[in-house]
Ligand binder design. Structure first.
Ligand SMILES: Nc1ncnc2c1ncn2[C@@H]1O[C@H](COP(=O)(O)OP(=O)(O)OP(=O)(O)O)[C@@H](O)[C@H]1O
Ligand SMILES: [Mg+2]
Length: 261
């Protein structure tokens, strides 16, 4: 059984940054094999991880739609797409990447989502950890790209408005009956001047869920501005240290084994 970690939140809150720090943690601490899934059509997880994905689900669907006659005899279109997507998974040492991309054809977006969901169900068991960087907002949840997760991290900025939006995402997931074992809210980009107690007060009605803070970190911004990969970020980065601690606290070392981080 693999451990599925899903990251959700509103636009620009730091989902991709935190997803990649989590992937880095799993790689660096040798926790097992990792499949990183970029489920955002405006994707850049690969760039942030420093892996260039040559293919993605959207592009494969478009290409097959334009070349229907090239589907091998005896294979259905769906089976062929599945086969192509599986061979498109970008492999680097101990870390594979699957990107959603953005299909161009009309109606293809929903179809691409279905393909992604099917593939996740099929291959996630082959990995110790699956980390899904979801697209912003709520839509992907209602389409249920993520069917289940051992831990759902909901990322928020360090404002009351941001936290209310994170709580709406949380309520929606609960309503949809997606199988989530554990929720953790991450308030990202917390600064010295942030009133932490005031932020945490917003969670008084759901205080049974985890709440963690990640500081605003100028190194992260500098790396983003210069298109440098999070994998190269120094171990002294405060956001990196916080994210690593969050992983130690909330993610079991290996599924089925006691937490021995
Ligand atoms: N802790 C942090 N300190 C400083 N900058 C940060 C931090 N976390 C994220 N950022 C910066 O904030 C911006 C948005 O982050 P990111 O792309 O990870 O958000 P996102 O939620 O994935 O966005 P989108 O919804 O567009 O996919 C980036 O420029 C990133 O470098
Ligand atoms: Mg993102």
């Amino acid at each position: 059984m693999s451990c599925t970690i899903a990251i959700a939140g509103k636009g620009g809150t730091g989902k991709t940054t935190i997803s990649s720090l989590m992937v880095r943690f799993l790689r660096e601490k040798n926790k097992g094999s990792v499949l990183a899934i970029d489920a955002d059509p405006n994707s850049n997880l690969g760039d942030v991880l420093g892996i260039s994905a040559s293919e993605n689900i959207g592009a494969i669907i478009d290409e097959i739609a334009k070349n229907i006659d090239k589907i091998p005899a005896g294979m259905t279109k769906n089976r062929y797409i599945e086969y192509r997507v599986q061979s498109a998974i970008e492999e680097s040492i101990g870390l594979d990447l699957l990107s959603m991309g953005r299909p161009e054809g009309p109606g293809c977006y929903c179809y691409a989502n279905n393909v992604l969901r099917g593939i996740i169900q099929k291959i996630s068991g082959d990995y110790d950890f699956v980390v899904i960087d979801n697209e912003a907002g709520l839509e992907h949840l209602s389409r249920r790209t993520t069917r289940r997760a051992d831990c759902m991290f909901i990322i928020s900025d360090a404002t009351g408005v941001g936290i209310n939006s994170a709580k709406r995402i949380y309520s929606l997931i609960k309503e949809l009956n997606i199988d989530i074992k554990k929720y953790v809210f991450i308030i990202n980009r917390v600064t010295e001047s942030t009133d932490k107690n005031d932020l945490i007060k917003h969670f008084s009605d759901i205080s049974n869920e985890g709440i963690e803070l990640v500081p605003h970190d100028t190194q992260i911004l500098e790396y983003a501005t210069n298109n440098r990969a999070i994998m190269d970020l120094s171990n002294e980065s405060e956001a990196l240290k916080s994210t690593f601690n969050i992983m130690k606290k909330h993610i079991p070392s290996r599924v089925g084994l006691p937490n021995t981080f």
